[in-house]
Design a protein. Structure first.
Length: 96
């Protein structure tokens, strides 16, 4: 059901796929789900006994202009009225 939900199809439609396609979809879903929700890595990537490396990744600084815009607006919102359900999203500006 979770795989069908991911593809936004009815479970009966998922069951109409070939066995090979269903197996691939399920395996891919499980593979994606095994990743850490914070950093995106998998335990086996860090474990030498499972083919990984204890130094598989290094943390590096990155910058996203979109995140910067959202954080700036969030700071501005702190001084105004707090309305439940308010969220921030990026909207493309018209090219001018």
């Amino acid at each position: 059901m979770e795989v069908a939900d991911h593809y936004r199809i009815r479970h009966s439609e998922f069951l109409s796929w070939s066995q090979d396609d269903r197996d691939k979809a399920i395996n891919y879903h499980l593979w994606k789900r095994a990743a850490c929700s914070t950093c995106g890595t998998r335990q086996e990537e860090w474990d030498p006994e499972r083919g990984g490396d204890r130094h598989a990744y290094s943390a590096v600084l990155g910058h996203c202009r979109g995140c910067q815009e959202i954080e700036s607006k969030r700071e501005q919102m702190k001084s105004g009225p707090q309305i439940r359900g308010t969220y921030l999203a990026l909207q493309r500006n018209p090219r001018g």
